[in-house]
Design a protein around this ligand. Structure first.
Ligand code: SF4
Length: 675
């Protein structure tokens, strides 16, 4: 390490394309002038299998969308694509090339068995300080300081800034709050600093200074800050409006972070809300960079009512992209206006976290207190609101689930409203450091009968899909049937019974194959089941256009907007063009302006096309100057061929505008030129 200069810091995240924690740290460091590189060591991967994997490191999921035709299990990351020797070696080579002063690793307990190899690569950089942070390092720093110079407990931004400052000043880092380290074999734990409430680093104007590398599929590529140029990555922009979670679920450590501080008599609010203007600035930037959806990662979007209402209004005014968020039942049931504001702002998908149909299991095992009555009321309030898509989450493979608990879960699944909804089953995995892990380790915890729990998972999906008579018949033979028998029966049921969500997904596949008539039938069937489905109305609109029925297409798109007034860019644009075809140019401007608002200039040809359409509409309305200016702007965005055509058009328009009778001549020109 060289003193007297800003530090070079490399931060490593595993199987996480977004690395929101590392982005915070990186923003904090670049704002102090340090140089930061984030290495995405493997991206998030998943694979679908017809069965549950054994000996997994992380949870597996089943959902009614993926299992639209047959029961399929999704497995993730290390379970299906462990890293290779060459990837590990290349990551080490990259570190050697970068020569950082500090190398940080974001930790999760599921990657514990890989730590030795990763730490060895980190140590290839002579003299660099190595540090582990994140959830696992916070709850068991002792484990990490066997492999690294330091572990950081709790929130790491300030500690990492101070560590980097030590590179600059040459100061001794061992007094930095939150750090744990070994001193002659003895563990030294520095006291924690009070968490900051006045500053957040989710977004920084300087974030583009952070260099990103992606190490995946045996190669390393340099990527842009938002991984926009990495194929298959990040269609959604992820962020949070606050830090901390008000829950204390037994299978999660997030709700127990506060305890790290309270043990040292330091107060930490359960939720610290970000400045609304800061979040909106961040999201406007994301929109400008071309993101078309936002996902709020806050486990619950909990905040004071006034904050939420103000946030949603600002979001609607300035961002207006469709978004996913998990609202809290108490907030929605207690303050219906919060849900209304969220829907107005663009909420289009949400979650109802059920976990177990047994209140005993929820309360005594998972430490979740919401009653089923409340969960059902919550679901009924959400389902059918505009085009809101609702996912139900249920935990399977729980060793504490008795027969009665399981039957209560089946009963609850039956009672859930299902229109435009999906069921997600999460196979329970007791991560170390969690209360649940302690419970399962405790003497007396029943060993998991895996075959039984695999069968129960299929039964949950059968309960979701089948009418009572079919379900009852199958369930009466449950004990004598194998997992495979149940899978076969589920497949048969799905051949005969489709939900509105299934039908829309199937129709989209037919649209891709250009089987428009079949797609149209499927959209119609979906609309019979759910007349409020935005996706079905839009799909039917496209199918109508493809089969030459423009009037029908227009009424389908209008019907879609009635269900989801925010709409999507493609629908507004198409309606604008349909209005032009009908000669309604004044009206088309309204639709095209909305399409423009929802489109980022990053999507250059889409954006350019909207500008040309707008120019056409304005010229037909007689505003030739506006039309010329829009064409001039469009030229910046269009591809080579279109650009030449539009440059010619704009130049001719300019000539007409400078003629002696400009308006008269130009109007005559317009009706010809845009054809
Ligand atoms: S599971 Fe979600 S709600 Fe529960 S403690 Fe963790 S983050 Fe909070």
């Amino acid at each position: 390490m060289m003193e007297g200069r800003m530090a070079k810091v490399a931060l490593i995240g595993m199987y996480d394309s977004w690395v929101i924690g590392l982005r915070n740290l990186a923003n904090a460091l670049v704002e102090k002038g340090h140089q930061v590189t984030i290495i995405h060591f493997k991206l998030m991967v998943s694979r679908r299998e017809p069965f549950y994997l054994r000996n997994t490191l992380q949870y597996q999921t089943v959902d009614s969308e993926t299992s639209r035709n047959e029961f399929l299990v999704n497995s993730y990351n290390t379970d299906v694509q462990p890293w290779t020797y060459s990837e590990l070696q290349s990551m080490g080579d990259l570190l050697v090339d970068l020569q950082p002063d500090i190398i940080g690793l974001s930790t999760r307990s599921v990657y514990e068995s890989y730590l030795f190899d990763i730490a060895r690569q980190m140590r290839r950089v002579p003299g660099a300080w190595t540090i582990a942070g994140g959830h696992d390092a916070s709850f068991r720093p002792e484990f990490y300081v066997d492999h690294m110079d330091f572990a950081c407990v709790g929130e790491g931004e300030e500690a990492l800034i101070q560590l980097a400052d030590c590179i600059e000043t040459g100061a001794d880092p061992r007094g930095i709050p939150n750090l744990v380290w070994r001193n002659n074999g003895q563990i030294q734990k520095n006291p924690l600093a009070k968490p900051r409430e006045d500053k957040d680093y989710f977004f920084s104007e300087l974030q583009d200074r952070v260099v990103h590398y992606v190490c995946h599929n045996n190669r390393i590529i340099r990527a842009d800050a938002l991984l926009r140029d990495v194929p298959g990555q990040l269609n959604f922009y992820y962020t949070m409006i606050g830090r901390g979670c008000t829950g204390k679920c037994a299978y999660c450590t997030a709700g127990h972070f506060q305890g790290l501080y309270s043990h040292q008599n330091l107060s930490m609010k359960l939720r610290r809300m970000r400045d609304i203007d800061g979040v909106i600035r961040e999201l406007i930037t994301a929109k400008e960079k071309g993101f078309r959806q936002v996902t709020f990662l806050d486990s619950f979007l909990v905040a004071p009512k006034k904050y939420l209402l103000s946030f949603f209004r600002s979001y609607e005014r300035s961002v207006s992209l469709p978004f996913f968020a998990q609202l809290h039942p108490d907030q929605v049931l207690g303050y219906p206006e919060v849900l209304g504001a969220a829907l107005d702002a663009g909420l289009n998908r949400t979650v109802v976290g059920i976990q177990s149909g047994s209140e005993r299991v929820n309360r005594d095992i998972f430490n979740r207190k919401t009653t089923h009555r409340k969960l059902l009321a919550f679901a009924e309030t959400l389902v059918g609101r505009r085009s809101l898509k609702v996912d139900y989450h249920i935990v399977t493979h729980n060793p504490f689930d008795g027969q009665e608990d399981f039957e209560q879960t089946l009963k609850l699944i039956r009672e859930l409203p299902k229109m435009n909804c999906s069921l997600f089953l999460f196979r329970l995995y007791a991560f170390v450091n969690t209360q649940l892990h302690q419970l399962t380790q405790a003497a007396g915890a029943a060993p998991l009968d895996i075959r039984l729990h695999d069968k129960r998972a299929v039964m949950c999906l059968i309960r979701w899909a089948a009418p009572d008579a079919v379900f009852n018949d199958i369930y009466s033979h449950f004990d004598n049937m194998s997992f495979e028998d149940l899978r076969q029966l589920y497949r048969q049921i799905k051949n005969n019974i489709k939900s509105d969500v299934d039908l829309v997904l199937e129709a989209q596949e037919h649209m891709n194959k250009q089987s428009f008539a079949v797609a149209m039938q499927l959209y119609d069937q979906a609309l019979l089941l759910n007349p409020g489905s935005y996706d079905a109305w839009v799909g039917k609109g496209w199918a109508s256009l493809a089969t030459g029925t423009a009037d029908q297409a227009e009424s389908c798109f209008q019907a879609a907007l009635k269900r989801y007034p925010l709409g999507t860019q493609d629908v507004w644009l198409q309606l604008g063009e349909l209005k032009q075809r009908s000669g309604l140019f004044q009206e088309s401007v309204k639709y095209l302006e909305r399409a423009r608002f929802l489109t980022s200039p990053v999507h250059r040809s889409d954006y350019g096309k909207i500008l040309v359409d707008l120019a056409n509409a304005h010229s037909q309305n007689g505003d030739m100057i506006k039309a010329r200016d829009l064409l001039s702007e469009a030229i910046e965005y269009l591809g080579h061929e279109d650009r030449n055509r539009i440059v010619g058009l704009r130049n001719r328009l300019q000539v007409y505008l400078s003629d002696l009778h400009p308006i008269h001549r130009a109007t005559a020109f317009a009706s010809e030129a845009f054809r």
